[in-house]
Design a protein around this ligand. Structure first.
Ligand code: PLP
Length: 368
């Protein structure tokens, strides 16, 4: 094991940015209920609103559109609970897939792109009376493959049918420029711990005029859209991270080159390598790659021993290994069990990807 392990599992969570740590330290200590009218309360309110502006800046929306939540999971559940019927895709995060009883799933192609013909058919099947109670929910970028969906086309389809559109933007946020205000997306989910902020805090972006009532019963926080005293320290950290991430988006374009070089090296030197979603637009930080005959779990452990932290498919909170629904939907078949996910983050360097390639080649000794 190398002295300082290399962390390439940033789609699971990221290390905290220094700006997030400082913002959280500053927010810790004083009594801090942003609803209180005294000076302590007003200071806390300032922290919340400063963070809201930083998140809005990174998401390209108005500060008033940002509703703080306990994370991406809550944001997804919150928006889906507003509607009676949801059209979604087969590759969504479980917090979308399992959030609604009445879900119609759209298939994806072998590159993980949503089948737009099938989506058009599903939209055409909704009668006018049901449209105001229907939500389309399609993620902007996938957490396992990094594949980016054609959100503009999807948004145009939703708009012409007069149906609200939600997008889980947890993975794309901070890695690509987002302009929520200029888009036709009605709602978007964000999470702080994917951009160098703390876990346990996120946001739902809500376009003006789109419905949103609090799932939790309690106080009137977040303009009545999310009850409960604000997680001040978490929100402060989210704001600090968002501020820092704003200047950092170009890093992910540079990283795409490191990632592509790594994948080319594997594909050139070894047979039996498959890269999922390689022919689709992808986030620059993600590689979902399989080596023939090597079970993902074994590879993850071998990488760990060699000092490189990666994961097999998406991290599973229960610790149980289950086949990836994303790769299955892409038709990966048994190769899904060999797929490992490499994901760089704000602290990742070129040499991390070079070491990754060296370790991969050592572990996968099958001749070309
Ligand atoms: N959506 C996607 C695409 C994710 O990758 C994740 C986290 O892995 C979530 C939602 C959930 O976010 P959180 O961990 O903040 O609840």
């Amino acid at each position: 094991m190398r002295k300082t392990p290399i962390y390439l599992d940033n789609n699971a969570t990221t290390p905290l940015r220094a700006a997030a740590i400082t913002a959280m330290q500053d927010a810790m200590g004083p009594p801090a209920n942003p609803s209180s009218v005294h000076g302590f309360g007003r200071n806390a309110r300032l922290v919340v609103e400063t963070s809201r502006s930083a998140v809005a800046m990174l998401a390209g929306c108005r500060a008033a559109d940002v509703v703080f939540t306990s994370g991406g999971t809550e944001a997804n559940n919150l928006v889906m609970a507003q509607y009676d019927h949801v059209i979604t895709s087969a590759i969504e995060h479980d917090s979308v897939r399992h959030a609604h009883q009445n879900c119609h799933q759209i298939a994806v192609d072998e590159n993980g792109i949503v089948d737009l013909d099938m989506l058009a058919t599903a939209i055409a099947g909704i009668d006018d009376a049901a449209k105001p109670r229907t939500l389309i929910s399609i993620m902007a970028a996938n957490n396992e493959t990094g594949v980016i969906q054609p959100m503009d086309e999807i948004a145009t389809m939703a708009e012409s049918a007069n149906i609200a559109l939600h997008s889980d933007m947890v993975q794309i946020f901070g890695k690509r420029h987002i302009n929520f205000a200029a888009s036709k997306v009605s709602y978007a989910s964000l999470s702080a711990h994917k951009i160098g902020g703390p876990s346990g805090v996120g946001a739902l972006l809500v376009r003006p005029g789109c419905r949103l009532s609090s799932l939790l019963r309690g106080g009137g926080q977040e303009q009545g859209r999310r009850a409960g005293t604000e997680n001040l320290v978490g929100i402060a950290g989210f704001g600090g991270a968002a501020d820092d991430a704003f200047g950092d988006i170009g890093h992910y374009q540079t990283m795409a080159k490191w990632r592509d070089d790594f994948e080319s090296r594997m594909l050139d030197q070894r047979s039996g390598i498959a890269v999922f979603g390689r022919d689709a637009p992808r986030l620059g930080n993600t590689s979902c790659i399989a080596a023939s005959g090597k079970a993902a779990e074994t590879m993850v452990m071998a990488f760990d021993i060699a000092g490189v932290a990666i994961s097999a498919g998406s991290a599973c909170s229960s610790g149980k290994v289950k086949p990836s629904h994303v790769l299955e939907s892409m038709g990966a078949g048994p190769r899904a069990g060999e797929a490992i996910r490499i994901s760089g983050g704000w602290a990742t360097t070129k040499s991390d990807f070079e070491t990754l390639a060296d370790v991969f080649l050592q572990l996968y000794k099958q001749p070309a």
